[in-house]
Design a protein around this ligand. Structure first.
Ligand code: GDP
Length: 449
C-alpha cells in the first residue's frame, strides 16, 4: 500500500533522525526530498505546497531548532503535518459515520463507474451489521445497468443484509423513496443507496444523484474514489463536491500497486474526511481510515495498532475461549490444542501480511524469504502433528524413539525436526500453564493495552 511513497519517505526520515544540527541548508535539502516523494506519488501540487510550507515554518521555529534532538523533532513535525494532510486536523470524530437521523440513517454512495461503489456497499453493509449491530437495507438506483442491480443483490446477500429490489423501468428517485418507506416499515437502522456511475463526469448523472439526495436527505453522502486513478481522481472529486454536499470519502483499491497520492489530495481538494479505505476485493477488505496511523505507516513507522487488530480478527475468539476454559479447568494442553494454535497463526493473515504492517526497518530485517520460511515451518509442524495417532496427540509423552521415527517418515521430515517440534510444544505447554486461563486471548489483550 503506497509502497513507493513509504520507501522514499522512510529513507528521508532516517536521514532526518540522524541530523544533530539543523541548518537552513540541510533542512531545505531534506524537505526537497519529501516534496519530491509526494509529487512522485501523485499528490497534487497545491497540497504538497501547503504541506511543505507548514513543515518549513515549524521546522525553523523554536520547538525544532531549540530541541535536544532537532532531527527527531523535525520527523515529529513531518509526521503531524502528514497526518493533518490526510485529515487528522479535522478531529477524530470526522472519520466516523453519523447515524444521527430518524431511522433509517441513510447513506448515499456517489462516484464514477468501476471505482468500487457496489463492492463498498457490500463491505459497509457487512461492517455495519457485524461491528455496529445495525439492521441494514441496500438498494440500487442504477437503472441503466441491470447487472449492477444483480451485483448489489449478490454482495448484499454475502454481507447478510437485506436487499430492496428495483428494476430498470423505475426512476431513481422513486426507487430511493420506495426503499426508504420499506426500511421504515421494517425497522431498518440503515439504508444504503447505490447509484449509477458513468465513466466520466456527466451532467445527467449529477442531476440524477442530486435529485435522489434532495428526495431522501441522507445523513451521509460518501464519495467513492479509486486510488489507482491518479490525477483524474482530483477533477472528479471536485465536480462531485461542487454538485453534492459530500460528508466523506471512501478510498478504494489501496491494496493495489498504485501511487495513491492523488487519492490523498482528494481530501485536500474537497476538505472532506476520508472515512474508509478499501484494501481488497473481498467484503472484509474495508478499513476504518485513521489519518494519523496512515501517516505513520507511510513514514515507515509501521502500523502496530492495525497489526494487533489484524491478529485479533484472525483469532477465533470462540476456540480461544474454549481452550482457555479447558486449561483453567486443569485440563491438559495437548497436541490437538497445539495444532489449533498453529492454525490460528496461519489465520492471522499469514506472516507476510503481518510483516507488511511493521515499521520499514523491521520489514527489511525480516525480509520476504524469511517469512516464507516461517510459514513453511508452521505447515511442516502441522504436517508432523497430522502424522501422529490420536493417542499420541492426546498424550505426547508416549512419543519415544520408535514412534518419532515413524512420525518423521510419515511427515517426510528428519527425526531432529520432530524433536524440535516436541520441544516447542513443551515450551507452549509450560506457557499455557503459566497463563492459566488467559491463553492466547490474554496475550492479545496485553498487547493491545
Ligand atoms: P462500481 O462500478 O463502482 O460499482 O464498482 P464495483 O464495485 O463493481 O468494483 C469494480 C471492480 O473493483 C471490481 O472488480 C471489484 O472487485 C474491484 N474492487 C472494489 N474495491 C476494491 C478494493 O478495495 N481493492 C481491490 N483490489 N479491488 C476492488
Amino acid at each position: 500500500m503506497l509502497d513507493n511513497l513509504t520507501q522514499r519517505l522512510a529513507k528521508v526520515v532516517k536521514t532526518m533522525r540522524g541530523e544533530a544540527r539543523l541548518t537552513e541548508a540541510n533542512t531545505a535539502e531534506m524537505l526537497r526530498e519529501v516534496r519530491l516523494a509526494l509529487l512522485e506519488a501523485d499528490v497534487a501540487l497545491p497540497a504538497v505546497r501547503e504541506f511543505i510550507g507548514k513543515v518549513k515554518e515549524k521546522a525553523l521555529g523554536e520547538e525544532v531548532v531549540g530541541s535536544l534532538s532537532p532531527g527527531q523533532a523535525l520527523v515529529g513535525v513531518v509526521q503531524r503535518e502528514l497526518g493533518a494532510l490526510m485529515g487528522a486536523d479535522l478531529g477524530p470524530e470526522a472519520t466516523q459515520l453519523s447515524f444521527a437521523q430518524q431511522p433509517p440513517a441513510i447513506i448515499l454512495m456517489a462516484g464514477l463507474q468501476g471505482v468500487g461503489k457496489t463492492t463498498t456497499v457490500g463491505k459497509l453493509a457487512k461492517y455495519l451489521r457485524e461491528q455496529k449491530k445495525k439492521k441494514v437495507l441496500t438498494v440500487s438506483a442504477d437503472v441503466y445497468r441491470p447487472a449492477a442491480i444483480a451485483q448489489l443483490q449478490s454482495v448484499t446477500g454475502q454481507a447478510g443484509a437485506d436487499f430492496f429490489p428495483s428494476t430498470a423501468q423505475d426512476k431513481p428517485v422513486d426507487i430511493a423513496l420506495a426503499a426508504l418507506d420499506w426500511a421504515k416499515k421494517h425497522y431498518h437502522d440503515v439504508l444504503i443507496i447505490d447509484t449509477a456511475g458513468r465513466l466520466g463526469i456527466d451532467e445527467e448523472m449529477m442531476k440524477e444523484i442530486t435529485a435522489v439526495h434532495g428526495a431522501v436527505k441522507p445523513i451521509e453522502t460518501l464519495f467513492v474514489v479509486d486510488a489507482m486513478l491518479g490525477q483524474d481522481a482530483i477533477n472528479t472529486a471536485k465536480a462531485f463536491n461542487d454538485a453534492l454536499p459530500l460528508t466523506g470519502i471512501v478510498l478504494t483499491k489501496l491494496d493495489g500497486d498504485s501511487r495513491g497520492g492523488a487519492a490523498l489530495s482528494v481530501r485536500h481538494i474537497t476538505g472532506k474526511p476520508i472515512k474508509f479505505a478499501g484494501v481488497s476485493e473481498k467484503l472484509d477488505g474495508l478499513e476504518a481510515f485513521d489519518p494519523t496511523r496512515m501517516a505513520n505507516r507511510v513514514l515507515g513507522m509501521g502500523d502496530i495498532l492495525a497489526l494487533v487488530e489484524e491478529a485479533r480478527k484472525g483469532v477465533d475468539e470462540k476456540a480461544a475461549a474454549e481452550l482457555a476454559a479447558k486449561v483453567k479447568a486443569g485440563g491438559k494442553f495437548d497436541m490437538n490444542d497445539f495444532k489449533a494454535q498453529l492454525g490460528q497463526m496461519k489465520k492471522m493473515g499469514g506472516m507476510a501480511g503481518l510483516v507488511d504492517k511493521l515499521p520499514a526497518q523491521f520489514q527489511q530485517a525480516a525480509g520476504n524469504a524469511n517469512m516464507d520460511q516461517a510459514e513453511k515451518q508452521v505447515r511442516r509442524m502441522v504436517g508432523i502433528i497430522d502424522s501422529m495417532t490420536p493417542a499420541e496427540r492426546a498424550k505426547p509423552d508416549l512419543i519415544k524413539a520408535a514412534r518419532k521415527r515413524r512420525i518423521a517418515a510419515g511427515a517426510g521430515v528428519q527425526v531432529q525436526e520432530v524433536n524440535r517440534m516436541l520441544n516447542q510444544f513443551e515450551q507452549m505447554q509450560t506457557m499455557m500453564k503459566k497463563l492459566q486461563g488467559g491463553g492466547l486471548m490474554k496475550m492479545m489483550r496485553s498487547m493491545k493495552g
